[in-house]
Design a protein. Structure first.
Length: 82
C-alpha cells in the first residue's frame, strides 16, 4: 500500500513540469481563437448580406483583420464540384 502511494507521488511529481508548461500555451491558443472570432464578428457586421459581392467583401475584411492582428488565417473550404 505504501509502495503504491509512493509510485503515485512519483508519477505526479514527474508530470508537474509538463502541466506547468501547458497552461501558458493553452492561454495563448484561447486568445488567438477569441481574436479570430472577434474579426469574424466585425466582418459579418460590416457586410451582413449573403450576396456574392457582400460575401467577397466579408472574406477580404476578415483576412485583413486577421493579418492586422497577427492571427493565423482561417481555412477556406474547397468549392463543391458537381
Amino acid at each position: 500500500m505504501v509502495r503504491q502511494a509512493g509510485l503515485v507521488v512519483l508519477a505526479l511529481a514527474a508530470l508537474a513540469p509538463v502541466a506547468a508548461n501547458a497552461d501558458p500555451l493553452g492561454q495563448q491558443l484561447m486568445k488567438k481563437w477569441a481574436g479570430s472570432d472577434h474579426c469574424s464578428q466585425q466582418a459579418y457586421r460590416a457586410f451582413p448580406d449573403y450576396t456574392t459581392e457582400s460575401l467577397a467583401k466579408r472574406d477580404l475584411a476578415l483576412q485583413q483583420c486577421l493579418a492586422g492582428g497577427n492571427l493565423p488565417p482561417r481555412d477556406i473550404p474547397p468549392p463543391n464540384k458537381p
